[in-house]
Design a protein around this ligand. Structure first.
Ligand SMILES: *Cc1c(COP(=O)(O)O)cnc(C)c1O
Length: 367
């Protein structure tokens, strides 16, 4: 087998051979190994968020990509008399705003520039002036740019105003130490193919049970009904509809490998090391970052196109791709940039190899 490509993207990511091997056996949805894996994963994910069933938290797995998990929460937990405040400073915040519109939820959107973080003072001002807001949704790692929003400070504001707090921690959960209770989060959403390093197939919502129970009977979609999905898993350990069996088996293996690596803290350290090597190498090559370093997270970085007429992104991408390195296009509304992720089965030597390939390609461009 030829060498696997290395994915420097925000997901799907490079996965270990053993994670891929966990998918080699056909698996029925009533197989004991599968039912046990689901049970294992549901309690294991709560542990990763420093909470448990005993402390009043639940894990609901939702088939589909990460967006399906966010939409399941957004379309299930905001009641007819409730009102959602969406905090947006990038494409993923805007995606939640779009869900709110499609599901005709009472909602407001508080926007911030793409190169700034959500300001907790502005959230506080908004909540004190709009007492009808019952729920607040915020992105943790805004993958559009790579910034980290201050989820802790926003959580304090939500607690003070009694708002239910929904966090899209899709691209950070498993790669950043997070204590869901300490952050006052009611609903935290992530997916199988991000920092836990599994393959695509499902999203998961970690929920405060008291908040989840209020979602009973108010979903706006059958397949994305968060409460019913939970009730089904609780009653029989089974999914309501065809589960992503092999993706679940791969994820169970991925969670064991996360524990072997030393848990979330160790993984966070590896990603930070990747980022440090990448930053230094790209700086030496003359690349500038889009964000100020204070607000930049360690998951993914946006680099501005070099200021040279010789640079063509499509060709840059293809030449790296031909060498087995997959990077990611930009998604910024105001600047031309591309993105490089530090997550997945990517190690310091892989980042160094990527930097060597970029050096070669830039020479070919005569930049
Ligand atoms: C990856 C990601 C999602 C989900 O995207 P899918 O393509 O649906 O998996 C949502 N929010 C953020 C911040 C993400 O990085």
């Amino acid at each position: 087998m030829s060498r696997q490509p290395l994915l420097f993207t925000p997901g799907p990511l490079s996965t270990s051979l053993t994670v891929k091997e966990a998918m080699l056996k056909d698996m029925g949805s009533r197989d004991f190994a599968f039912i046990n894996a689901v049970k294992d994963i549901r309690s294991g994910l709560l542990r990763l968020a420093h909470v448990s069933k005993e402390e009043g938290y639940e894990c609901v797995i939702i088939q589909g990509s990460g967006t399906f998990g966010v939409e399941s929460v957004i379309s299930s937990v905001i009641g007819e008399k409730d009102k959602l405040l969406v905090l947006a400073n990038g494409a993923y915040g805007e995606r939640i705003a779009k869900m709110a519109k499609i599901h005709r939820l009472n909602h407001e959107v508080l926007r911030f520039d793409e190169d700034t973080i959500v300001a907790p003072e502005a959230v506080e001002k908004f909540l004190s002036a709009n007492k009808d807001i019952t729920h607040v949704a915020c992105i943790h790692s805004e993958t559009t740019t790579g910034l980290f929003n201050p989820v802790e400070a926003v959580g304090e504001v939500c607690k003070k105003y009694g708002a239910v707090y929904i966090v899209d921690a899709m691209s950070s959960f498993g790669g950043v130490v997070m204590d869901m209770a300490a952050l006052h989060i009611d609903f935290l959403v992530s997916s199988s193919n991000k920092c836990i390093e599994g393959v695509p197939g499902f999203a998961f919502a970690l929920c405060k049970r008291a908040s989840l129970e209020k979602a009973k009977g108010q979903a706006r979609s059958l397949s994305l009904d968060l409460y019913d999905q939970w009730a089904g898993l609780e009653a029989s350990g089974q999914f309501r509809f065809t589960p992503p069996t092999l993706s679940i088996m791969a994820f169970q293996q991925a969670m064991q490998e996360l524990a072997l690596e030393g848990g979330v803290a160790a993984r966070e350290q590896r990603y930070k090391t990747n980022k440090k090597i990448l930053d230094e190498g790209m700086r030496r090559l003359g690349f500038k970052q889009y964000l100020q370093p204070e607000i930049q997270g360690h998951i993914i970085t946006s680099f501005l196109y070099p200021d040279s007429p010789n640079f063509r992104f499509d060709e840059f991408y293809r030449k790296l791709n031909d060498r087995g390195f997959v990077i990611y296009p930009g998604k910024l509304s105001k600047a031309d940039a591309f993105r490089i992720g530090n997550i997945g089965q990517i190690f310091p030597d892989d980042v160094k190899a990527l930097l060597e390939a970029i050096t070669e390609v830039m020479k070919e461009f005569e930049i």
